[in-house]
Design a protein around this ligand. Structure first.
Ligand code: PLP
Length: 385
């Protein structure tokens, strides 16, 4: 039994390699699974789907190795992998939705999840509402609330939620709480220890860490996973063993990568705070008061994405700023080894709702380059404003 998280990162998920005397689990691709006899065939249908060999759609040993590793890291009973982070969130929400039900969401959730809830759930008669902080959360719970869904910190606005408080209110009414845990990663954030029932990761980001895979991971107890498993089975969910193999390889170095992302992000964010062209750096370690307390109680460190607010500038200056980077790539996503910049245009509706008075918001992801080079790239871009 391994207790230490860093040792788990290295040693979990390798049992299928042992029989071949190799270090990494083999990549096993399959559609058809051949059973040695009728008893084995029947036995495979006694196991929950996505946990054992049955048919390619429900996974191969490569998929199970990643799922078991992630369950071990998050100290959860079970894990299932999905095709991307968005599909993981949709599976969790979809499994708790039906005619007449209500789902309560924290306001700053990832835009496409919000779009799914506002369009697809409405079609099937599930109502939704949002809460923006812990203070008005309790009164928004209804008799028919079937799930509370959080993202902490929120995308772009980086808003904190008091997870223990939400879980206390939810659990008194037997309502499960799901959380998008992507920003914190298993390195800085222990969702199940804070009371979260269902944790969702866009493994596309830090867990894979190399900007070449799309993958989602969900961890929960067997009881909480049961409706999600069923939903995934019925809607034809499948994940590629190749994506799982690459993700397992990336995951081995999560601890060292996260330490470095944190170190460089703090240097760059502190430097940005001193630049006259920057009105505000929105980054949990820089919060004050209750928001800072929540960050410190719930996270043991910070990841590389944060948001900056520029001083007022016209469209032409903004374009010169965005277009002039040599190291920061202009693109969505984050969590890879490289630094990225993204104007918050794709998230405009949501950002406006949360921060109506604010100027141009830009999300940075601080990669693994040297902090000095990143600051120089930013300085040159700011000069062009
Ligand atoms: C917080 C968060 N959750 C979920 C997702 C969706 O993940 P994916 O791109 O793998 O679908 C993203 C993607 O940017 C994200 O930022």
């Amino acid at each position: 039994m391994i207790h230490n998280y860093q040792t788990k990162l290295i040693h979990l998920g390798r049992s299928s390699a042992k029989s071949s005397n190799i270090v990494n689990p083999p990549l096993v691709r399959a559609s058809t699974i051949i059973f040695k006899n009728l008893a084995a065939f029947k036995a495979s249908y006694q196991q929950p789907v996505f946990t054992d060999l049955r048919y390619g759609r429900s996974g191969t040993s490569t998929v199970f190795e990643l799922q078991n590793t992630m369950a071990g890291l998050e100290q959860a009973e079970t894990c299932i992998a999905t095709s991307c982070g968005l599909s993981a969130a949709i599976a969790v929400i979809g499994a708790h939705a039906s005619l007449g039900k209500h789902i309560l969401l924290s306001e700053g959730i990832y835009g496409p999840v919000k779009t799914f809830c506002e369009t697809e759930l409405a079609k099937q008669g599930t109502s939704i509402s949002y809460f923006s902080n812990q203070y008005n959360m309790e009164e928004k719970i209804r008799n028919n609330t079937s799930l509370i869904y959080l993202e902490v910190p929120a995308s772009i606005s980086m808003e904190m939620v008091d997870i223990k408080n939400v879980c206390n209110h939810a659990h008194q009414r037997n309502i499960p709480v799901a959380c998008d845990s992507t920003w914190g990663t298993p390195h800085f954030f222990k969702p199940h220890q804070l009371g979260i029932d269902i944790s969702i990761h866009a493994a596309t980001k830090y867990i894979n860490g190399h900007s070449d895979v799309m993958l989602g991971l969900i961890t929960a107890s067997n009881a909480h996973m049961q409706p999600i498993r069923q939903w995934c089975d019925r809607y034809g969910s499948h994940v590629s063993p190749d994506a799982c193999w690459l993700t397992l390889r990336g995951l081995r170095t999560l601890a060292v990568r996260m330490q470095q992302h944190q170190k460089t992000a703090l240097i760059v964010a502190n430097w940005l705070r001193q630049q006259p062209e920057i009105k505000k750096v929105i980054f949990p370690p820089f919060f004050t008061g209750e928001a800072l307390n929540l960050y410190q109680q719930q996270f043991s460190g910070c990841a590389g994405p944060f948001t900056i607010e520029l001083v007022t500038c016209n469209e032409a200056s903004f374009e010169r700023f965005i277009d002039g980077f040599s190291l920061f790539g202009l693109g969505t996503s984050w969590g890879g080894f490289e630094s990225l910049i993204m104007p918050a245009i794709a998230h405009q509706d949501r950002a406006k709702k949360i921060m109506p008075d604010q100027g141009r918001l830009v999300r940075l992801h601080i990669g693994l380059e040297a902090a000095q080079d990143l600051c120089e790239d930013l300085k040159n871009a700011l000069n062009r404003i």
